[in-house]
Design a protein around this ligand. Structure first.
Ligand code: NAD
Length: 490
């Protein structure tokens, strides 16, 4: 029987009383490797109450002491990097190297949050009127929650947790039900890092567990990462209950290839962007828009790169692309490739109905390139979230920027060019929050905000760095008068 993952509530590992569980698969083999309990609202309530109790002590712990737990966590994450990466690959399907890369980006956030003593400072003015001073200080909110997706089970919880606890909040994670084992391991390390009971908690489940968090009056703020329809739902329901919310949604990222681009570099980087993590990345290049003479050399080169990419089990050496998260996702992706054909696109490289030898029970779609995709078609507008790159061709940079800005999403837009003027124009005019110039995955480092726009983000303050610190604190302004003559009493 596969292992049922546990909740971590009030500093103890607990078996959920949930009547229902969902199977967790190794996507490369198709085997069931764990079960996720669908924790009921009472267990969410218990975690919130434990968090509220812990908050009374935790907010009084000096920030310099709070971050010591994060320094300990950083070391534990480094020590257990291999095991974490293996666990991610086993349940998420990406390659081992991609899993290591993911953890590195997560660890960076722990490092940045260790700077909380400086990052959360307020400001002040002496003598805003004679003998009166004014200060702004930041105070934590209380119990906060994060709801995370399947595609970065190690990194995305760390976009939020370090900032939340460094600033004095108590944090509840509801990880994706598809990849709960990475969170189990992360919480073993959090336990070892010595956080007091109730400061960091883990509640497993799916939609109902999320809704219990959104409706609970004790949860003060909600961070979410996932698909746009759910991001919208979480934002609306959380804010309707008066909570702060930051909700990162889906994407359909366009990349412009100019005729003066270094074609060899552009192709290599684009193949990694479109097919890395099997395209299951919110910053994956999904649409390539060639300008003028870039069309033929780029089309030919990217088709070759797609056809020659080595697909297989991510724990095996030399594999460049892993599996798709579930059978349903595989069917959905391959259905969309079929729809593209019906909508008039040419399937230049067809990744359907394939599997690496020995892994026929796993979930696979191989790299796929669609040519001449109509910008009005369903496939051009839908987030495929698989290793499928759509090609479109225009004649001018104006048309290319127009294609970029026609889109519903605004997570990322990139350009490949050797012209500074074209790059500047693109940076200035493209309607997306993360811009890449000769870069294929413009993922902001932990000391910059992850700046999705349009239907890729609902809220004001993004994840990471100063935005994270602001999101998890409320400002208090103190105006004070201490008449000089009172000092003569002593
Ligand atoms: P998802 O929206 O299906 O699930 C995300 C989380 O929401 C999970 O924890 C899930 O349990 C919960 N959930 C699902 N349905 C719900 C519902 N009806 N009500 C309440 N909660 C619900 O997303 P996914 O498939 O796990 O992840 C892939 C998506 O995440 C893609 O759209 C991708 O673009 C997006 N993503 C975005 C970013 C970003 O930074 N913008 C980063 C990573 C992934």
């Amino acid at each position: 029987m596969s292992e049922r993952v546990l909740n971590y509530i009030g500093g103890a590992w607990r078996t959920s009383q949930a009547g229902e569980t969902l199977p967790v698969h190794n996507p490369a083999t198709g085997q069931v490797i764990a079960e996720t309990p669908l924790s009921p609202a009472q267990e969410v309530d218990e975690a919130v109450r434990q968090g509220q109790e812990a908050f009374q002590g935790w907010r009084r712990v000096p920030v310099t002491e709070r971050v010591q737990h994060l320094f300990a966590l950083k070391n534990l994450l480094e020590e257990h990097l291999e095991l974490l990466a293996r666990t991610i690959t086993e349940e998420c399907g990406k390659t081992y190297e991609e899993s290591v890369g993911e953890m590195r980006r997560g660890i960076e956030n722990v490092e940045v949050a260790c700077g909380a003593p400086s990052l959360m400072q307020g400001w002040n003015n002496e003598d805003i009127a004679r003998g009166i001073d004014e200060h702004m200080i930041r105070q934590p909110l209380g119990v906060v929650a994060a709801i995370t997706p399947f595609n970065f089970p190690g990194m995305i919880p760390l976009w939020f947790l370090p900032y939340a606890v460094a600033t004095g909040n108590c944090f509840i994670l509801k990880p994706s039900e598809k990849v709960p084992r990475t969170a189990q391991l992360l919480f073993r390390l959090l336990e070892e890092a010595g956080f007091p009971p109730g400061v960091v908690q883990l509640v497993n489940g799916a939609a109902d567990t999320v809704n219990a968090l959104l409706d609970h009056p004790g949860v003060k703020a909600v961070s979410f990462v996932g698909s746009t329809p759910v991001a919208r739902h979480v934002y609306q329901r959380a804010t309707a209950h008066g909570k702060r919310a930051q909700c990162q949604g889906g994407a359909k990222n366009p990349v412009v290839i100019m005729p003066d681009a270094d074609m060899e570099m552009a192709t290599r980087i684009m193949a990694d962007s479109a097919f890395g993590c099997a395209g299951q990345r919110c910053l994956a290049a999904s649409v390539a828009i060639t300008v003028g003479e870039a069309r033929h050399p780029f089309t030919e080169a990217i088709a070759d790169a797609a056809a020659s990419r080595r697909v297989g089990y991510g724990l095996e050496p030399g594999v460049q692309m892993g599996a798709i998260i579930t059978r349903q996702s595989e069917e959905r992706i391959e259905g969309l490739i079929g729809q593209a054909e019906q909508e008039g696109a040419t399937v230049l490289v067809d990744g359907r109905d394939k599997a690496p030898p020995g892994y026929e029970e796993g979930f696979w779609t191989f790299p796929t390139v669609l040519d001449n995709v109509d910008p009005r078609s369903v496939v051009a507008r839908t987030e495929i979230f698989g290793p499928v790159l759509s090609l479109m061709h225009v004649e001018t940079i104006e048309e290319a920027i127009q294609r970029v800005n026609q889109r519903e999403y605004g997570n990322m837009a990139c350009i490949f060019t050797s012209s500074g003027a074209a790059a500047r124009r693109f940076r200035y005019e493209a309607e997306a929050g993360n811009i890449g110039i000769n870069i294929g995955v413009a993922a902001p480092m932990a000391f910059f905000p992850f700046s999705g726009w349009k239907a890729s983000f609902f809220g004001d303050l993004h994840a990471q760095d100063h935005h994270g610190i602001e999101f998890y604190t409320q400002t208090k302004v103190v105006v004070e008068r201490w008449p000089r003559e009172w000092s003569r009493k002593f």
